[in-house]
Design a protein around this ligand. Structure first.
Ligand code: ADP
Ligand code: MG
Length: 725
């Protein structure tokens, strides 16, 4: 992808080598992104080169070039219809935030000019007081700053006829503490790079590598339902999921939806989404029907994690905003419908050198294969040692319906490796590494090391963390989650693990490294690591009761709910870990913990109140109407002298259900309304009281739904929402 820039159309006549970044798809396409050719054409060569150095090598941004870049960006944006710009950031709410400013200003002489300075590009100052800070600052010191992240391309977002230049930024408080999800992600990316470079150095493969890049490709699952139906369901509109609803006669039993042919209307929606994402530089690649009826998936080609994370946020936004144009509502919730699969976000993660070598790809020569095994074992070790933090990184009220709830994947963190890598672990553990189980082996040249066939990829849909050939797929991430947070945790625990292995290796290999010394060091370190940590590897069925028992025997943590898993974030070892790698200060981590707990409490209470409203204003009134209908039928029959014991029984049962519902909803109201000062205690009370009360109430509602006339039932049914298109 390298090409020559003959700069004759610029002021300088220098000829330079310009390489597009292999991990930024926007450099190659994305007509509405300020990157690649757009930058090349619009910036003077020296400014361009200067900026590229920052983007690719992580050198600090030179403020002297900011004005020139801002001017070029403004002209380009205005030519493409933008009237405003915004600093686009990811506060701790889990969504994105933007505050728009017009390019138009009034000059000293009163004339209108279009202005956008370097300062306005690199720094903004939104009022931070309305964003959660988890106690990092009080409202009277609400100052927050946004800082331009030039490694992620600026883009023009079209909303109807309006175009806004969006500048990806980090969001920090005036004390410099991170108030967002991007800043810690960037820090964690740096931490992994630093430790991974040490491993490369030991193997002598660091020549020409200036950094190790975290690569990320995130598959997004979602549901589509008719917008008209959506608007009649208060629960989906407010909470994103159905709080009541009897199963449809047909769910996913026939397995006919997965990879099925895509309905025309859905395909029109998908194409529209893809066209918009392409403009924005998001490299969408795959689309297909998912397992549940009404469920679909969108997947991009992987990119550098920071860019991929921004693009993931953009993708969710585009899915949500394009759906109504096609008469749909796009539902990103982890479990919108009971009884059919929920939605995840498969977080495909790997490490690559900036020269393009995927470090988790078993390659063909001895050195890189040994090196591959070190990286592989570092990941295994990290997931075992820090399973609680990894679990906490995907905890939310929404994801509780998937993890630990007999659904894919389980709440126990484990790694799927596949037959062949498992066999290799066996060999590493025994110290006898002589054979390969299957596939055509790669000749490693060293008999002391295992032979690795090239295609090791296998499938296991029940594993929360699976090795898939040349990357790991973290499948337990929730579909509505912002991926910055789980990747921040993942990167940090990997950094710690690489640090540990690098330290061991450096010590054993010593100053005068020889091939023999290196091989023997790798062998003994891997043997020790595998022995200690392979308990986290499991290839069987992750849903099964046997695995839950086996995992308990192996001492693996099983934290089925958010309330069980979040406290891992406030332990001393977590605080020390994040501080050691410069990802979070103790205060920043504590803030995240508090915000996550608060969010859980808020979400659950909103759900409780929504359920109460629906039951009291829709379901109970409808049930009473039907009660009169039944009573009229019985009275009518009796007046005509006809005996009707069945109708009488139906009336009696119906009346009973109504009183059960009254009791159940009273319990929901009571448990929802409890005032508890300690927010952690409140979280546990909600798990133990409100959640079961809501479940009980739902059971009664669903029983009523199954026994009431369709024209009296006040809500769109599962069949209408999922099956009738
Ligand atoms: P599936 O998991 O459905 O078989 P693929 O294996 O093709 O699909 O890839 C799934 C996702 O993993 C895609 O987004 C792809 O770009 C991403 N991916 C592939 N290689 C890497 C890598 N080295 N690092 C991160 N993500 C990757
Ligand atoms: Mg996948």
């Amino acid at each position: 992808m390298s090409r020559r820039l003959n700069a004759t159309n610029h002021s300088s006549d220098a000829t330079m080598d310009i390489a597009k970044s292999p991990y930024r798809a926007s450099d190659s396409f994305g007509s509405l992104t300020f990157s690649g050719d757009v930058m090349l054409k619009r910036l003077p060569p020296d400014v361009y080169m200067n900026l590229q150095r920052t983007i690719k090598q992580g050198t600090p941004l030179d403020p002297a070039i900011a004005n020139t870049i801002a001017g070029a960006m403004k002209d380009w944006a205005i030519e493409h219809g933008a009237t405003h710009y915004c600093h686009w950031f990811q506060p701790l709410t889990g969504t994105t935030a933007e505050k728009h400013d017009a390019f138009l200003s009034v000059a000293g002489d009163g004339s209108a000019i279009e202005k956008f300075s370097g300062n306005q590009l690199i720094q903004g100052e939104p009022d931070a007081s309305s964003f959660p800070s988890g106690g990092i600052r009080d409202t009277y010191e609400a100052r927050g700053y946004t800082a331009w992240d030039c490694t992620s391309p600026a883009f023009i977002l079209r909303t109807g006829d309006h175009c806004t230049l969006c500048i990806p930024t980090a969001f920090v408080s005036w004390t410099g503490e991170a108030l967002d999800k991007k800043t810690p992600l960037l820090r964690s990316i740096q931490a992994v790079s630093k430790q991974a470079m040490r491993i490369l150095k030991v193997f002598g493969t660091d020549a020409g590598v200036s950094q190790v890049i975290t690569t990320l490709g995130v598959e997004q699952e979602y549901f589509l339902i008719d917008r008209e139906l959506y608007q009649q369901r208060l629960d989906i509109a407010i909470t994103g999921r159905t709080l009541v609803g009897a199963s449809a006669p047909k769910g996913q039993q026939l397995e006919d939806h997965y990879f099925g042919s895509i309905a025309e209307r859905v395909l029109a929606f998908m194409s529209d989404v893809e066209a918009r994402l392409f403009e924005l530089g998001v490299p969408v690649k795959t689309r297909h029907n998912e397992v549940a009826p009404g469920q679909y998936e969108l997947a991009p080609t992987f990119e550098a994690a920071n860019v991929a994370t921004d693009h993931q946020m953009v993708s969710m936004h585009v899915l949500k905003t394009v759906a109504p144009k096609h008469g749909f509502e796009c539902i990103l919730h982890e479990k919108p419908f009971a009884g059919v699969n929920g939605s995840g976000k498969h977080n495909n993660w790997s490490l690559s050198t900036d020269s393009g070598h995927n470090l988790l790809d078993p390659r063909e020569n001895t050195h890189s294969n040994m090196q591959f095994l070190v990286f592989l074992c570092a990941v295994i070790r990290a997931v075992d040692v820090w399973a609680d933090l990894l679990r906490a990184s995907i905890a939310s009220a929404h994801n509780d319906h998937r993890l630990g709830a007999n659904e894919a994947p389980p709440a126990i963190m484990s790694i799927y490796l596949g037959d062949m890598l498992t066999d290799i672990l066996n060999q590493l553990e025994s110290g006898e590494t002589k054979r390969t189980k299957n596939g055509s082996a790669l000749d490693l040249g060293a008999t002391t090391l295992p032979q690795i066939p090239r295609h090791t990829s296998d499938r296991n849909r029940t594993s929360p963390f699976a090795f898939t050939g040349n990357k790991f797929e973290f499948r337990a991430v929730g579909s509505s989650q912002a991926v910055a947070w789980p990747n921040t945790v993942l990167n940090t625990i990997i950094a710690e693990s690489l640090d540990t292995l690098a330290t061991m290796l450096e010590k054993k290999v010593g100053k005068n490294a020889t091939q023999a010394k290196l091989e023997s060091a790798v062998k003994s370190i891997l043997q020790e690591t595998v022995k200690k940590h392979r308990r986290v590897c499991f290839d069987g069925n992750g849903y099964s009761k046997e695995w839950h028992d086996e995992a308990a025997k192996r001492g693996l943590p099983n934290m089925p709910s958010t309330a069980d898993s979040l406290p891992a974030l406030k332990t001393k070892r977590a605080t020390d870990l994040f501080a050691k790698y410069g990802v979070f200060t103790a205060r920043e981590l504590k803030a995240r913990f508090e915000i996550l707990v608060e969010q859980y409490v808020k979400i659950m209470r909103i759900e409780g109140r929504t359920l109460s409203t629906m039951v009291r204003t829709q379901i109970l009134p409808a049930a009473l109407r039907y009660q009169s209908e039944l009573a009229d039928a019985v009275a009518g029959a009796q007046a005509a002298g006809v005996e009707c014991p069945d109708s009488e029984a139906a009336l009696r049962e119906h009346v009973q259900r109504i009183s059960q519902l009254r009791v159940a909803i009273a319990e929901v109201d009571k448990t929802e309304g409890k005032h508890i000062d300690d927010v952690e205690k409140h979280m546990r009370q909600i798990r133990d009281e409100l959640f079961p009360a809501m479940q009980k109430c739902r059971t009664v509602c669903d029983e009523l739904e199954r026994n009431m006339p369709d024209d009296v039932w006040p809500l769109p049914t599962y069949a209408e929402m999922l099956l009738l298109r």
